[in-house]
Design a protein around this ligand. Structure first.
Ligand SMILES: Cc1cc2nc3c(=O)[nH]c(=O)nc-3n(C[C@H](O)[C@H](O)[C@H](O)COP(=O)(O)OP(=O)(O)OC[C@H]3O[C@@H](n4cnc5c(N)ncnc54)[C@H](O)[C@@H]3O)c2cc1C
Length: 473
């Protein structure tokens, strides 16, 4: 039984478990890189959703050629193949719900080239986002996408999920930084999309197609990523508010003042209550919303922008305004945001963590309606997230051992998706669909659009080999 969906088709065994097939897989990647023992495949059975779907075998290839050979064999023998990055996805994308093999990209972890003159980095898919940040920052370069999972997530997983993060308010999401890819198609051909230049309009934009394709249209084996110069300075300002409406109204005022903060994070009153009761940051009880705003750029520009932000927050009704210009002081302000996930635990043993997105001016309406949904379904809900781009993390807490509380939380999720769509938004801003949100896809997309996507999938993957059981089930 899945906590999240009814329609998962678990398959006990496929041809991947047959000794003669395993022998051929060993010949492709080397016997030591084929894992079949239960305790060895166990770490590859789940992602951040924390539901277990053990693979029949885990393969750890080193090259695109090996992956191409695996996929050709999978088409011949008809067993499912699922690619895996860091395994910290929030929608079950990397778990083999229909059995078969998992291709772990852990050994494909080289940064091949950094070009300070042409502003790009060439990376294999198994490099963590954090390692990539550090490597390019050593050259005073900047790779802005920063999912909060950056210490564990891989570049391949980031591209496949088109990951966002706190810095999206100013810098956009992963797809805005992907210049070119090497990809193994589901039928086992190696193709190259895009290139190393920031302009390239030759042929269809297959790079764009691969970004956010959730490991269903190809396996990324190399990525050329766009870089920008590392900003000289940053500052962070924090303010508390008496209402979510007041807090969110500041977002448009920043734009009118011609300030584009790098991050604008908002916490609602339940989030504040949760972190305060767990970690005692000293946040007053009357605080109904909290805004954290960071600016970056050249030193003088940052001072001007931080002054403007502080003024706007105060004029907009902000109180207990704090400003930090050193890395340590900024970190202290951001600790509140980082404390959110651990502080939710006491409200339930199972978190249904959604990441709906609405036009940013509609965030207060979204939060108001979600609070009402939580009351209606008797489920604790905390809202926080990226006010700068309207991507709000809605966390419904329930009890893993209590099917009735899970059922109520799932009704709350469905109602939340409906509200997000009604407000002009959609059901996921950065976590993707996977198997967890597949039942809700038609709330966000019409039948012809889903059909167009399914036709692309069938054209590239006629035998349904790559990551079956996701998105369209
Ligand atoms: C604490 C926490 C915080 C998070 N914060 C954010 C956030 O701020 N922003 C955000 O966007 N997400 C966030 N996430 C979600 C998640 O970390 C991202 O989706 C991330 O991009 C997943 O990367 P991964 O390497 O773990 O991918 P995995 O979970 O391993 O895989 C995700 C999908 O990508 C596919 N895939 C993996 N590698 C490849 C490849 N080489 N080629 C083709 N397909 C591949 C898989 O098949 C799967 O469908 C968070 C998750 C956690 C647990």
């Amino acid at each position: 039984m899945s906590y999240f969906v009814e329609n998962v088709r678990r398959r006990a065994q496929t041809a991947a478990s047959e000794p003669r097939v395993l022998e051929r897989l060993r010949a492709i990647v080397g016997a030591e890189h084929v894992l079949v023992d239960a305790e060895k495949v166990e770490p590859y059975a789940q992602d951040a959703v924390k539901e277990k779907f053990p693979p029949e075998a885990v393969l750890l290839p080193r090259t695109a050629e090996e992956i191409a050979a695996i996929l050709r064999l999978a088409n011949e023998e008809r067993f499912p193949v699922t690619a895996r990055g860091g395994g910290v996805g929030y929608t079950g994308g990397a778990v083999p719900v229909e059995g078969g093999v998992v291709i772990g990209t852990d050994r494909m972890n080289a940064i091949k080239e950094i070009s300070p003159d042409d502003l790009y980095v060439v990376s294999e898919p198994g490099v963590t986002t954090y390692e990539l940040h550090r490597a390019v920052e050593a050259h005073k370069l900047f790779y802005p996408p920063d999912p909060a999972s950056y210490k564990e997530s891989y570049i391949g997983g980031n591209i496949a999920e088109n990951a966002g993060g706190m810095r999206s308010a100013k810098y956009g999401v992963t797809k805005h930084y992907v210049l070119g890819l090497e990809v193994v198609t589901p039928t086992g051909e190696i193709i190259r999309t895009g290139g190393k230049t920031s302009k390239n309009v030759v042929g269809f934009d297959l790079t764009g197609l691969m970004c956010g394709s959730e490991g269903m249209l190809g396996i990324i084996t190399e990525a050329t990523l766009r870089l920008v110069p590392l900003p000289e300075a940053t500052e962070t300002v924090r303010a508390l508010f008496h209402s979510m409406k007041e807090a969110c109204a500041c977002v448009a005022r920043f734009s009118r003042a011609r300030v584009t903060p790098v991050a604008i994070e908002v916490l609602d009153k339940n989030s504040i209550k949760a972190v305060e009761s767990e970690f005692a940051f000293g946040l007053p009880e009357e605080a109904e919303a909290l805004l954290l705003v960071s600016v970056d750029g050249a030193l003088e520009e940052v001072v001007r922008a931080a002054n403007a932000v502080e003024e706007i927050l105060l004029e907009g009704g902000g109180f207990s305004v704090l400003r930090a210009a050193t890395r340590e002081d900024e970190d202290r302000l951001w600790d509140v945001r980082r404390a959110l996930s651990p502080s939710m635990k006491k409200y339930g043993t199972l978190k249904l963590n959604e990441d709906v997105v609405v036009p940013r001016s509609r965030v207060p309406e979204l939060v108001e309606q979600v609070e009402e949904i939580g009351r209606r379904h008797r489920t604790f809900v905390a809202n926080f997230g990226h006010a700068g781009d309207g991507n709000i993390h809605v966390n419904f807490m329930c009890d893993r051992e209590d099917p009735e509380s899970i059922a109520r939380a799932r009704l709350a999720v469905r109602d939340t998706f409906r509200v997000a769509v009604e407000l002009g938004g959609t059901i996921s801003g950065e976590h993707g669909i996977g198997y967890v949100k597949a039942p809700y896809l038609d709330m966000a997309l019409d039948a012809s659009t889903i059909d167009a996507m399914m036709r692309i999938k069938r054209a590239l993957d006629p035998n349904g080999i790559l990551n079956p059981g996701k998105m369209f089930v």
